[in-house]
Write a new protein. Structure first.
Length: 239
């Protein structure tokens, strides 16, 4: 259970297991608890009742400092707004995904980063089909390309779990589909578990193996996408 300000219940008796290598779309109306659930999963929000287990680390309330380090080292994040450094190259932006590790100050720019990090960054760019844009400045990239660089930045640390919060919401339909295909292709090729939130029902059904719907802080639906139709999801948004 998760409360805000000690009174308002945001998550209520949520019992959810994500299998390793799975691709899960998390859907629900604004305020349903999607972002709260993701933050609780990684220990950013305290658990008021119950427990969370992730990567073999189980915690009540909040994870310990040691647990937090173990959890964060195995996570990759991509958000709706890619947050790239506009005047830096795509390669430098990807290398900066190593800023949180020991000696991470060397990830400020690809020119002073260890050769291994640069190689990993180039590999990640190749995985998102942007190796040819490695030396292009971020502000010269299209919206879809910039979001794919953000995916590469998350991949450089070789996470076991990739979390994407509305990754295609700010993109036009064609670019949005391209970004989602990139997520699914990379996750499948690397065996990375992928959890993404979306309001786009087509994306949920087309790119996730499994759809989990939250409504009023509870799991309303948890099913394989192949067994669902768009009409099955209408109740998620019905008042």
């Amino acid at each position: 259970m998760q409360r805000y300000a000690g009174t308002s219940v945001v998550l209520d008796h949520v019992d959810l297991t994500v299998r390793e290598g799975d691709t899960v779309a998390l859907i629900g109306a604004n305020g349903a608890g999607k972002s709260t659930l993701l933050k609780t999963l990684i220990g950013l929000n305290a658990v008021d009742a119950g427990s969370v287990t992730i990567f073999g680390e189980r915690f009540h309330n909040r994870p310990s400092r040691m647990q937090t380090g173990a959890i964060r080292s195995q996570l990759g994040f991509v958000f709706q707004h890619h947050g790239l450094v506009r005047r830096q190259t795509a390669l430098t932006n990807v290398v900066q995904g190593m800023l949180g590790v020991a000696g991470g100050w060397r990830a400020v720019h690809q020119s002073i980063a260890p050769a291994e990090w640069r190689e990993r960054a180039m590999q990640a760019l190749a995985e998102v089909r942007l190796a040819d844009k490695a030396q292009s400045r971020a502000d010269r990239l299209s919206g879809g390309q910039a979001q794919r660089v953000a995916i590469a930045r998350a991949l450089i640390r070789r996470p076991r779990l990739l979390i994407a919060d509305e990754p295609a919401a700010s993109l036009d339909p064609a670019a949005g589909h391209d970004v989602m295909r990139t997520f699914v292709d990379v996750a499948g090729a690397t065996g990375t578990t992928l959890v993404f939130t979306t309001h786009d029902m087509d994306h949920a059904l087309a790119y996730a193996r499994r759809v989990v719907a939250l409504k009023a802080g509870r799991v309303l639906l948890d099913a394989e996408s192949r067994d669902l139709r768009p009409t099955d999801l209408e109740k998620v948004y019905r008042v």
